[in-house]
Design a protein around this ligand. Structure first.
Ligand SMILES: *Cc1c(COP(=O)(O)O)cnc(C)c1O
Length: 389
């Protein structure tokens, strides 16, 4: 049997706090127990602060992928045109959900080491005035890049287009302002930069988006695991559930959201910003290159590294895991082999965690025969992490 890792520094999920573990392990109750209903309500209240929204929060009881499928199935119908922004693998994946709902995807795409230019969005919306929806990924986890969703959603919202943002990785690691930016639907996950346990999918929904689901579709989607309207009619209107809630996962989510707010959302994000910058400096000090074309579009929670000539990324991932017990991620789908990923999200957005990750990265690169000066990466990172708080 394989030993468990000492350190999780993958592209998510990451490590969680002892408090999260304790709350997750609380006795299971029926989901209509008043204590549980209050816990669920607290979770949605905390999430409103984190999404920066006054609108409704619903929490389909499945992974973020379920959430994205639910958004597409609940919102789109044949005849709808959806502007899908593609700067990475998750953005491209959403096209499948658009098409499955019978809607027509139109695409603005950039190479996966780039970010979407808001002016391209403006032009595309001018060219296609019949577009009703726009979908964009905030932070693309495989590429380690971030899109300017503030400008993109403002432009779309002013054009009367309903905006959908996958902020699974972005929320908690980059500023995000659902209401101020005109985001109609924001989809997140507890297990990335919020530092929680996977398996739930908090979604913020604007009145305009509810209206589109209920009235714009010829036959609104109801009585389905993919129906967001079921959640409105049960949870939002009656404090009821469309099906049994994943009780223990809700304990963990409520706990994690409360902890983020106790640290302070801005400070939580600032920790990610600083650790992200330090990690990229370390990567460069080791003679490697971050995958994103420019630092301004680099994601704070994951550093995607371009695999250098002559290095086998899979061998590096394996070497760090065994014998050193550090779990990083290889590249995902099309980016397999050409990239590997260092995660520093949630609990791991911390100098101590980063130092251990980088030290083992250096040691493992040396083990694989690359010429690295041991300590160069750790030193470059630590030089940027003074006066940590
Ligand atoms: C993690 C993530 C998801 C969810 O995907 P899983 O692989 O099922 O965890 C969706 N979108 C983005 C941007 C993500 O980072």
């Amino acid at each position: 049997m394989t030993d468990w890792p000492y350190l999780s520094a993958a592209s998510g999920p990451g490590e969680v706090t002892n408090r999260t573990l304790r709350d997750h392990a609380r006795q299971v109750v029926n989901h209509y127990d008043p204590a549980f209903v209050e816990t669920f309500a607290r979770a949605t209240d905390h999430l409103k602060h984190i999404f920066r929204t006054a609108h409704d929060i619903v929490i389909p009881q499945g992974e973020v992928v379920l959430g994205m499928e639910a958004v597409a199935a609940s919102l789109f119908s044949p005849g709808d045109r959806v502007l899908n922004l593609v700067s990475g693998i998750f953005g491209k994946w959403f096209e499948t959900f658009i098409a499955r709902a019978g809607a027509e995807p139109l695409e603005v795409a950039v190479p996966y080491d780039q970010a979407i230019d808001p002016e391209d969005v403006r032009r595309a919306l001018r060219r296609h005035p019949d577009v009703g929806f726009l979908a964009v990924v905030h932070a693309e986890t495989p590429s380690g890049t971030v899109n300017p969703v503030d400008d993109i959603c403002r432009i779309a919202s002013e054009a009367g287009v309903i905006t959908i943002v996958d902020t699974a990785l972005g929320l908690g690691s980059h500023p995000f302002e659902a209401d101020a930016w005109g985001v109609d639907i924001a989809v997140a996950g507890p297990q990335k930069a919020l530092g929680g346990v996977p398996g739930l999918c908090p979604i913020a929904v604007s009145p305009r988006a509810w209206e589109a689901m209920a009235r714009r579709r010829p036959t609104p989607l109801r009585e389905s695991y993919l129906s967001l309207l079921d959640w409105r009619e049960s949870w939002v209107e009656k404090r009821a559930f469309p099906y049994t809630a994943s009780v223990s996962l809700v304990y963990a989510l409520e706990s994690v959201a409360a902890q983020v707010l106790e640290v302070g959302l801005e400070r939580h994000i600032a920790r990610h910003t600083r650790v992200g910058r330090a990690c990229r400096a370390a990567v460069r000090a080791l003679g490697l290159a971050p995958w994103p074309a420019r630092d301004e579009i680099a994601c704070n929670a994951v550093t995607t590294v371009r695999t250098p000539e002559g290095l086998d990324a899979g061998a590096l991932v394996a070497r760090m895991r065994r014998p050193y017990g550090v779990k990083i991620s290889g590249g995902y789908k099309e980016l397999a082999g050409v990239t590997f990923r260092l995660g520093h999200m949630g609990v791991s957005a911390h100098p101590t965690h980063l130092a251990a990750l980088l030290a083992v990265l250096e040691r493992s690169l040396a083990d694989l025969g690359r010429s690295v000066r041991l300590g160069a990466g750790v030193g470059a990172a630590m030089a940027l992490l003074g006066e940590w708080e």
